[in-house]
Design a protein around this ligand. Structure first.
Ligand code: PGA
Length: 267
């Protein structure tokens, strides 16, 4: 048997040497026929994804079927929500290990729709975030200001507070990787994306907060996604910004041509 030299094992932050991370959030949209047509189309196109990492987040009921269709493709599966307990009397909830069992590698945590419509606060989000990580699922922490917060010039303070409320450097060092998605609430589902410059300004700010928490080097490797009306026509400009490492895509992720155009901009 060949003796292999021993290699030092180190935890490599997910951003190192990688292309854009592009995540499709299907929200509560799914039907078996439409889902498989979409996923088969993505799987067929995946040879051209290059350095981009592509993740699709179907509703819970569609995850197992999606995993089957995407098996053998480089496309990963994400969930849109998770509970923090492993099992037990939590009617209607889904645990991290259940998600692992159906092939989930990522989970969206703290989407503004969950914060506003389902009362998810920082304490709840924090539990979800670390429970996902502990199970080997990469959480994507969403944050962003509302229209009125922006009108009052509060956007930087709001996202910094949302980030610091969940990110605890000691827990992160212990558990591994995560990503952050900046999603201004006024840009979600409105067709009115932040401009590339507005998004870059906020991403720079988030990066500097992360640098304050973790130090420059680690902060550079954390992937910061932009979300809010990303489309095939604005993705390239957004991705050209220094601190935009990918996108969280809602509406356009259910349209094959649009989503593939976004991915093509990130390869
Ligand atoms: P949108 O949604 O792309 O439809 O604006 C983004 C999101 O909610 O993650």
């Amino acid at each position: 048997m060949l003796a292999l030299p021993l290699k030092a094992v180190s935890i490599v932050p997910m951003g190192i040497g990688k292309g854009k991370l592009i995540v499709g959030n299907w929200k509560m949209n799914s039907s078996p026929a439409a889902d498989s047509a979409l996923l088969e189309c993505f799987a067929k196109s995946s040879a051209s994804f290059g350095t981009a990492t592509v993740v699709v987040c179907p509703p819970f009921t569609a995850i197992a079927a999606a995993s089957k269709i995407l098996a053998g493709s480089p496309i990963s599966i994400g969930a849109q929500n998770v509970h923090w307990e492993a099992s037990g009397p939590f009617t209607g909830e889904i645990s991290p290990s259940m998600l692992r069992d159906v092939g989930v590698d990522y989970v969206i945590v703290g989407h503004s729709e969950r914060r506003s419509a389902f009362g998810e606060n920082d304490a709840i989000l924090s539990k979800k975030f670390y429970a996902a990580m502990a199970s080997g699922i990469t959480p994507i922490l969403c944050l962003g200001e509302s229209q009125s917060e922006r009108e009052n010039g509060l956007q930087s303070a709001v996202v910094e507070r949302q980030l610091r409320a969940v990110i605890d450097p000691q827990k992160i060092e212990h558990f591994g990787n995560f990503a952050v998605a900046y999603e201004p609430v006024w840009a979600i589902g409105t067709g009115k994306s932040a401009t590339a410059e507005e998004a870059q300004t906020m991403h720079r700010h988030l990066r500097s907060v992360l640098a304050d928490i973790f130090g420059e080097k680690f902060a550079e490797d954390i992937r910061l996604l932009y979300g809010g009306s990303v489309s095939g026509s604005n993705a390239a400009e957004l991705f050209a910004q220094k601190d935009i490492d990918g996108a969280l895509v809602g509406g356009a992720s259910r349209k094959a041509d649009e989503f593939l155009a976004i991915v093509a901009s990130g390869t």
